[in-house]
Each structure stands twice: as structure tokens, then as C-alpha cells.
Design a binder for this molecule. Sequence first.
Ligand code: F6R
Length: 248
Amino acid sequence: MPSVRVHADPAKAAVAVAGIIADLIRRGRPDGRKVVLGLATGSTPLPLYRELIRLHRQEGLSFSNVLTFNLDEYEGLAPDHPQSYRRYMDENLFSQIDLPREQTHVPDGTSDDSEAVCRAFERAISDAGGIDLQVLGLGRTGHIGFNEPPSPRESRTRRVVLDEMTRKDNSVFFGDLAAVPRAALTMGVSTILAARRIELLAFGAGKADIVRRSLSERPGPGCPATWLQEHPACTFHLDAASAAQSAS
Ligand code: F6R
């Protein structure tokens, strides 16, 4: 079962998770290889990225020995599209730390051969020695990455069709529902569960119901975040509002 930590506010949660990531980077990997981080986009991890940038600037945290893999990317958005997840990562984190671009990986949503992109993405994760720590947000459909219901436990990186609730939720960033892509490439559930450690962040009253379901429903494809119950080292970082419906 995931551990649950209820923080005073999202900023405090961000400081806690950034501290976990900084420790991991400073300790290094036992095998001496680069530390591998799995990263998320959306509004939830923004305070976390701000705190990592602060640690870099003010406390000398270096990312030169880090590799990153992002969970997902919209289909059809070029890397420099204002709403692409590659651009989000460049703007909100990568351009502000000492992480060489070739050490970052975001699935290419523009390829005609998405299966080849997904296979290469899985291979790159495995060549890197697997993900040490995966950061997750949580969608109101129960998605992690863009694993919309139904997503089986054994799913790997693949093309998925986005749920209409997700398109509507994300239309705030696009300004118009029609502009939100209908599909995406995402790490699969089993790709995510293979991470050695998972830190999920979910804040606000709008996430309370799906947090409750994720922690209390039997693991199954209908609410993909329930699969996290089967991970041995997963923590849900919540605030009082998102924790409100979950029994303590
Ligand atoms: C983003 C991702 C999604 C988001 C989720 C929550 O890379 O994989 O699962 O984490 O849609 O989005 P926000 O944080 O905007 O509520």
C-alpha cells in the first residue's frame, strides 16, 4: 500500500519531494551510473521544479550526473509547440539547471511511427538501468502518465486515446477544447511500476475523490492509479484538501 503524507500546503510538499530527489542525486547510484529520474508535467509538479531550480542555484545541487525520462507527450505537437511537454520541461526545469539536453528524454509525439518511438523509449530506460525515482501527478480519471481507464497492469509505453475529462481538464492550458490533442504517447503502467521508488503528488479538493479511489479500490484497469497499491515504495504527497476523503 502507498504511504500517505499530508503536507501543510503544496509548497511544503514540493520542498519535501525535492529534498528526496536531492538526496538521491547527491548519494549517487550504487552502481556508479547516472541517477535516473522519471518526470511529470501539468500544474502539480511546478512548485517541485521551482524548488529543484532553487536547490541548484542556491545550494549547488548539480544535475550533470542525472538522466530524465518524461512520462508522456501529446501526439502531433512539435517539441517547440507552446503546449508540448518537451517545451514545458525545457521552460520549467531543463533550461534552468545544469542538465545537458542529451540526458533528457521526452517521447516524440510527431513521429509517423509511434510504435518505434515507444519501443526506443522503453529500450532507453532499460539501457539506463531503470528509473530510480518516478514523479507522478494524478488525473481525475485515475490516470497516471496518460494511462486512461482501462489500462492494464502489464501495459508498456504506447499510444493512447485521451479521455474527454482529461481533454477538458487540460483545455485550460490550450484555451480551447478543440485545440487539445486526442491522443498521446505515455509510459505504461508496468513501465511506471518498474521504477524503484514513486512519489505521487496530488493537491486540492478536485483531486480528493480520485485520491480516495486510488487508495481504496481494488487494483484494476478501471482506475489505473490503483495499480500503485502493488508498488513496494510509493508515497502519496497530499494537502489537506486532496486528503479530505481518504480515511487516515
Ligand atoms: C503529466 C501526466 C498527467 C498529470 C495529470 C494531472 O505528465 O502524466 O498524469 O500528472 O493529468 O495533471 P495536473 O497536475 O495538471 O492536475
